[in-house]
Design a protein around this ligand. Structure first.
Ligand code: SAH
Ligand code: DHB
Ligand code: MG
Length: 229
């Protein structure tokens, strides 16, 4: 019953504030046709990420977990003309769908989808001294969020913003009986952030067409220098 209301409110926002367009609609349609799960961010969440990246003036964006490229399209649209985005995806079929959707949205010149385990791609970027990113969106496997935090901090500069999706999971976060790997990963992620100097964080719960979940947001003032590898 309550979820009907959440859906109705999301629909209301999507009809008004968050107008979709053919590229975004086509990306979701192509993703469904290719058999991808509909675990992309909701339209109003996609636009929320887009506005955060714009507010921050992000010129270099990193995403972990591309799926069909829906959130990547929202984020890449926040970039200036000379901006760029890298999105990491383990599943080569998903990456193919995403590259096509991103190209159809006219963003192929800005977005590179890298196929492979996110942790391995991140290690490679660290080794090759890839310049730091301004805005980082964590949305791959939640069990690895602690590792992703350690690695992405090494690709951060003072001022980098890190947003993590799906940090509430129907409240499983605080259910002491729940020890699923995803939930343990998110708990450890928060534990790390709580004790981490040189960062400031908060998290917000969300409800809507994608259920009950939430985002965390972190601003890195001083990337740790002693995080090891
Ligand atoms: N950001 C997307 C949704 C991502 S869903 C959107 O909102 O539109 C999570 C994605 O992470 C899936 O496509 C899954 O294949 C990918 N993934 C899971 N484990 C991964 C890993 N170890 N490395 C990289 N990608 C991974
Ligand atoms: C799942 C992953 C997501 O990124 C998400 O937004 C929702 C669900 C999942 O793996 O179930
Ligand atoms: Mg997600």
């Amino acid at each position: 019953m309550i979820t009907d209301t959440w859906n109705a409110v999301d629909d209301y926002f999507s009809r008004g504030l968050v107008k979709s367009d053919t590229a975004l609609d086509a990306a979701l349609e192509a993703s469904t046709k290719a058999g991808l799960r509909a675990i992309n961010v909701a339209p109003n969440q996609g636009k929320f990420l887009n506005l955060l990246a714009k507010i921050h003036g992000a010129r270099r964006i990193l995403e972990l977990g591309t799926l069909g490229g829906y959130s990547a399209i929202w984020l890449a649209r926040a970039l200036p003309e000379d901006g760029s985005m890298i999105s990491l995806e383990a599943n080569p079929d998903n990456a193919d769908v995403a590259r096509k959707n991103i190209a159809a949205a006219g963003l192929a010149n800005k977005v590179s989808v890298i196929t492979g385990l996110a942790a391995e791609s991140l290690e490679q970027m660290i080794q090759s001294k890839t310049p730091p990113f301004d805005f980082i969106f964590l949305d791959a496997d939640k069990s690895s969020y602690p590792e992703y935090l350690r690695l992405t901090l090494r690709l951060s500069r003072p001022g980098t913003v890190i947003v993590a999706d799906n940090v509430v999971r129907d409240g499983k976060l605080v259910d002491p009986q729940n020890n699923e790997p995803d939930v343990l990963g998110v708990r450890e992620f928060f534990h790390m952030l709580t004790a981490m100097p040189g960062t400031e964080s908060t998290a917000v719960q969300t409800v809507g067409s994608k259920g009950y979940d939430g985002f965390s947001i972190t601003i890195v003032s001083a990337p740790p220098t002693d995080v090891g590898s």
